[in-house]
Ligand binder design. Structure first.
Ligand code: SF4
Length: 318
């Protein structure tokens, strides 16, 4: 690990201002991903701004009947919140499917959204990776590369990595909004659907956040009811990232919302595919994954996603 300096920020605006002021600074909260990345020297911040003391650790009700989740609310606390369990069941289910109990006790709402990919070549500093070193190439697309866990849709010639979050997939079907503060002290509300940047030729740019801009909260609209489910398919029963995950909300009339994890650089959702839900999983997936360009290794994800959704729809009917 390289040397770095450290300070604690007292307010979100002060943290954002400091992040813009000090080149190479990073925010740290739970540190469950950043510290690993620093140990591997994949990330080498020269300065850490600890944002744990910025007062963003509560869940409050909004005037619109939804919830505002502070950026520092721990994953465990969010999953256990009675209002979340009652009205946003898909979110609780996705959270408890992620990581391990110990990690969820530390990991924060904002950190979960901003965690980096688990592409194995991103973590191997001997291999070229455009996300880690822009312009270096993509080892995952070299002949013989192991791509079983990588993306099938929304990828680019520069990067085929997936986003690893379970929580973000649930937030996507819930139409969540990300609230931020800029170094100038201005606030922004960014729909989660527009929060993640497409990899294109710059997969190192992962979100639309500006320099120093800090997430302060995630807001959920008023509950929409329905049967809410999250199913994660992975290589072992716990402490593994999704090969495919499905977040689903089904209404009594058969309409609903669906988003996929483990298949794309961001939680993958398309309202046009959801309109086909009364026609079954095959119709939804034909639209949702119609533009997929899988590798030989990960083409199985397309059938797996369809079967997972079909299973959940059948369960929802029961
Ligand atoms: Fe890096 Fe993306 Fe290629 Fe993985 S898929 S090696 S993260 S550029």
């Amino acid at each position: 690990m390289r040397e770095f300096s450290y300070e604690r920020a007292a307010t979100p605006a002060a943290a954002a201002a400091r992040a813009a002021e000090v080149p190479g600074a990073r925010f740290i909260a739970g540190g469950t991903n950043l510290l690993d990345l620093m140990k591997h020297e994949i990330e080498t911040p020269v300065h850490l701004i600890d944002v744990n003391g910025t007062g963003l650790d509560s869940i409050t009700e909004t005037e619109e009947g939804g919830l505002r989740i502070g950026a520092m609310v721990r994953n465990t606390d969010l999953a256990a919140d009675a209002r979340v369990r009652r009205d946003y069941g898909v979110l609780t289910r996705a959270l408890v499917a992620g990581a391990s109990g110990q990690l969820r006790n530390k990991a924060t709402t904002a950190g979960n959204l901003l965690q980096r990919t688990r592409c194995p070549y991103f973590y191997d500093t001997n291999m070229p990776c455009n996300k880690r070193s822009p312009g270096a190439g993509c080892a995952a697309q070299d002949p013989g590369a192991v791509t079983r866990g990588l993306g099938v849709v929304g990828t680019s010639a520069a990067c085929i990595a997936t986003h690893p979050s379970d929580m973000a997939v649930a937030l996507m079907v819930l139409d969540a909004t990300v609230e931020t503060v800029t170094p100038e002290g201005d606030t922004r509300a960014i729909p989660l659907a527009g929060f993640y940047a497409a990899p294109g030729e710059t997969p190192d740019v992962e979100t639309v956040l500006g320099a120093g801009e800090m997430i302060t909260a995630v807001t959920l609209p008023a509950p929409i009811g329905g049967t809410q489910m999250y199913h994660k398919v992975r290589d072992r029963a716990s402490y593994a990232f999704a090969l495919v995950s499905v977040a689903l909300i089904v209404q009594p009339d058969g309409t609903g919302r669906v988003a996929l994890g483990g298949v794309a650089p961001r939680p993958w959702r398309d309202p046009a595919a959801e309109a086909l839900m009364p026609r079954g999983a095959g119709a939804v997936m034909a639209r949702l994954l119609g533009d997929a360009t899988p590798t030989e290794d990960n083409a199985f994800k397309i059938a797996l996603a369809e079967r997972t959704l079909a299973g959940l729809l059948a369960e929802a009917k029961e």
